[in-house]
Write a protein that binds this ligand. Structure first.
Ligand code: SF4
Length: 478
C-alpha cells in the first residue's frame, strides 16, 4: 500500500495503522499519482486522512488536534487514518487504533493520570475503539502486574542470550544459529560472554538483581559441560536473584543430566516449549522433535525437581484449526504446567515464513478468534489467569500474546521487560540493554545494543564492554 505524509513525519504511526488493513504488503511512497494511496496530513490544526484512488479522494476524515502536543498529534493522525480506512475496507480490529506493543502500559498510564477503572474503560472503548473483551484483558493484566512492578522498584533484571538452536523454526526472527554449522563457535562464544559477564558484574555489584533470564536461541543447546560452565559463570559473578529462569525451549536439546545441572545451580523456572502438540505441524514448522519427545522432556524435568515449568504454544501455525488447539490444550492440561504462554503467529521480517509466504494460507480472523477463545477458557479451567501480554507487528488478526499462570507463578522478568519500569541488562549477541532513569519529567529510557552476529560478538567483545561501561554509568546513581 502506498502512503504520503504531509507536514509531519510520523511514519511509524501511519504505517503500523495501514498494516492493520493491508498486512504483509510493501508500504511505499507512490511514484504514480493514480495509484491507490493513503494520505496523512497535518493542516490548520487538524489531522487529516484521505484514501485516494485514480487521483480522487474516496474517503476523508478530519480530526482537530493540539499541534503543540506531540502525543495528541500522533493520536489524532492514527485515529484519522484508522477511521478513513474503516470506510474503505472495514475490518475487525479487536484492539482498535492501538498499535503499540504493550496495551496494559496504557492502562497504567491512565491510572497514573488519576483515571478510575470506569474512565479507563470508557477511554479505551470510545477514544481507541478497543472491544470490551480486550479492555477486560488489558485491565486484568495491568492489575496483576501492579504488585510485581511495585515490588521490583529500584531493582534491576538481567538477560543472557545463548543464540544457538538445533534447527531454525519457520517463524523465527530471533538471533539464532543452527548448531550443525556453529558448533565450533560455542566455546569461543562462551569465552566472550564470560568477559562480558565479569565486567558487568563489577558495574552492578551494588545493585539489587531481581531476576536473571537465560534465553536465546535455546540455552539447553549447549552440551552438559558448556551448560555447567555458563551457570558457574553466572553464580560466581552475580548474587542469587529472586527469580532465575532458563529456557529449555526445544525438547530435542533436553536430557536428565542438563535438567539436573539447571536444578543444581538454583534455576527456579524453566520453559519447555512444544508450540503445538500435533506431530505433522511440528514437522511443517521445522522443529525436528516430536510430541512424545516433548512429553518425555517434561516428565524428566519434573523428575529432576523442576516445580515451575512454563510451556509456550503458538496459535495460527500452518494447517491448524480449533481441533488441533483443543488437542494441544488437552495434552497440556494432563501435564499441568505452572504457566502457559499463548502466542499468536506473527509473520516476522527476518523469518523463513516471510520469505516463503506464498506457500501458506494464513489463518483468518474468525478462526484465530475461536482458537484464542479456546485457550482463554481452557487456561481458566486449569486455574490460570492472564498476567502479562504484548503485541507485535504483523500478528495474525492483530491479536496478542498472553502469558497465563497459576496463582503466584507469574514470571517477574516477563512483566518487568514489558512494563519498562526497571533497567534490564542484556548480555550476549543481540542483547539489547534498557536503562530506565527516573527523572522529574518522567522515565527516561535508553538502550545499549550488542551486535547480533555471533562472529562479530566474539571478535568485538571489547567494544561491547565499552558500550556497557558508558551506557550503564547512569545506574551508579540508582
Ligand atoms: S527454538 Fe526459538 S530461537 Fe530457536 S529457532 Fe526456534 S523460534 Fe528461533
Amino acid at each position: 500500500m502506498n502512503y504520503i505524509l504531509q507536514n509531519h513525519d510520523y511514519t511509524d504511526d501511519i504505517v503500523t495503522t495501514i498494516m492493520m488493513f493491508y498486512p504483509n504488503e510493501k508500504y511505499t511512497q507512490p511514484t504514480d499519482t493514480n495509484e491507490p494511496c493513503v494520505i496523512s496530513a497535518l493542516q490548520d490544526g487538524e489531522a487529516v486522512a484521505a484514501y485516494r484512488k485514480d487521483g480522487a479522494a474516496t474517503a476523508e476524515i478530519h480530526i482537530k488536534t493540539d499541534v503543540s502536543n506531540e502525543h495528541s498529534v500522533r493520536f489524532a493522525l492514527r485515529t484519522a487514518v484508522f477511521r478513513c480506512l474503516m470506510q474503505i475496507k472495514p475490518i475487525k480490529a479487536p484492539w482498535g487504533t492501538l498499535t503499540g506493543v504493550r496495551p496494559a502500559k496504557l492502562v497504567w498510564k491512565m491510572w497514573g493520570e488519576g483515571l478510575t477503572d470506569a474512565e479507563v474503560y470508557r477511554s479505551l472503548s470510545e477514544d481507541y475503539f478497543v472491544t470490551d473483551e480486550k479492555i477486560s484483558l488489558a485491565m486484568k493484566v495491568a492489575k496483576s502486574e501492579k504488585r510485581i512492578v511495585e515490588n521490583g522498584r529500584g531493582k534491576i533484571g538481567m538477560y543472557i542470550g545463548i543464540p544457538f538452536c538445533p534447527t531454525r523454526c519457520l517463524y523465527c526472527s530471533f538471533t539464532s544459529y543452527p548448531l550443525d554449522k556453529y558448533e565450533k563457535k560455542v566455546d569461543l562464544y562462551l569465552d566472550a560472554l564470560e568477559k562480558e559477564i565479569k565486567f558487568t558484574a563489577g558495574l552492578i555489584e551494588n545493585l539489587d538483581l531481581e531476576s536473571i533470564y537465560i534465553g536465546g536461541g535455546t540455552p539447553t543447546s549447549l552440551n552438559e559441560k558448556q551448560l555447567e560452565r555458563l551457570l558457574t559463570m553466572v553464580s560466581k559473578n552475580f548474587k542469587k536473584p529472586l527469580e532465575y529462569t532458563a529456557e529449555a525451549g526445544r525438547p530435542d536439546t533436553i536430557n536428565l543430566e542438563k535438567l539436573r545441572i539447571l536444578k543444581d545451580f538454583d534455576v527456579s523456572r524453566i520453559s519447555i516449549n512444544p508450540q503445538t502438540l500435533n506431530d505433522e505441524t511440528l514437522e511443517a514448522i521445522g522443529r525436528r522433535h516430536t510430541v512424545s519427545e516433548f512429553y518425555r522432556a517434561f516428565e524428566l524435568a519434573r523428575q529432576a525437581g523442576h516445580d515451575h515449568i512454563n510451556t509456550d504454544i503458538i496459535l495460527g501455525l500452518p494447517g491448524e484449526n480449533e481441533s488441533h488447539i483443543t488437542n494441544t490444550m488437552n495434552g497440556l492440561e494432563r501435564l499441568s504446567p505452572e504457566s502457559i504462554t499463548v502466542h499468536t503467529l506473527a509473520v516476522k521480517r527476518a523469518s523463513r515464513l516471510k520469505e516463503t509466504l506464498e506457500n501458506y494460507d494464513l489463518t483468518d480472523f474468525d478462526l484465530m478468534e475461536k482458537m484464542l477463545d479456546i485457550t482463554a477458557k481452557r487456561t481458566a479451567q486449569m486455574g490460570m489467569q492472564p498476567y502479562y501480554m504484548y503485541r507485535q507487528k504483523n500478528m495474525l488478526g492483530n491479536f496478542e500474546n498472553v502469558g497465563y499462570c497459576k496463582q503466584g507463578c507469574e514470571c517477574i522478568y516477563n512483566v518487568q521487560i514489558m512494563e519498562e519500569q526497571q533497567s534490564i541488562i542484556a548480555l550476549g549477541a543481540g542483547g539489547s540493554t534498557k536503562t530506565v532513569e527516573k527523572t522529574p519529567q518522567g522515565d527516561k529510557i535508553e538502550r545499549i545494543f550488542n551486535v547480533k552476529s555471533v562472529d562479530d560478538y566474539i571478535t568485538r567483545i571489547d567494544e561491547m564492554i565499552q558500550r556497557k561501561e558508558k551506557g550503564l554509568e547512569i545506574l551508579k546513581n540508582e
